[in-house]
Design a binder for this molecule. Structure first.
Ligand SMILES: [Zn+2]
Length: 137
């Protein structure tokens, strides 16, 4: 099956990015249409992770940090097509990143903390399907 939104393919129990080797279908196979969980979350505006970045240090290093965020997303998404950033928002001095995958949000927080230190806090929901990540420096 192929997602009508992002063209990710569901094949052999897992998702592949469009163009991945594993996503190639046998000749003559017509894939079914589906909306993948990541596109569904975007449609419903229902993130699995919310990362909040704040602080004076952030303002001075915003570009570097946003680049790191995009790199982490690209790397994660290459392995898991369902792990994406839905939206990066800025309000006053706070950056908010909403993700379709809770592990991606966790990874973003940890990566920024690793490279820039600061203060990192993670709050998981009881069933661990949602995480709120706060980083400040
Ligand atoms: Zn999709």
């Amino acid at each position: 099956m192929v997602c009508t939104g992002c063209k990710a393919a569901f094949w052999g129990k897992r998702w592949f990015n469009e163009g991945d080797e594993g996503a190639k279908l046998p000749a003559g196979h017509v894939p079914g249409k589906v909306v993948c969980p990541a596109c569904q979350r975007m449609k419903d505006n229902n993130p699995a992770g919310v990362v909040t970045l704040s602080g004076d240090y952030l303002l001075k290093h915003e570009e570097v940090i946003l680049n790191a965020v995009k790199n982490v997303e690209a790397k994660t998404r290459a392995k898991n097509p369902l792990a994406r950033i839905m939206e990066i928002g800025q309000e006053a001095n706070v950056l908010t990143i909403r993700t379709t995958d809770e592990k991606l949000a966790e990874k973003l927080g940890k990566e920024i903390y690793k490279s820039h230190s600061g203060k990192l806090g993670l709050q998981w929901s009881q069933d661990e399907s949602f995480v709120r990540v706060n980083w400040t420096r």
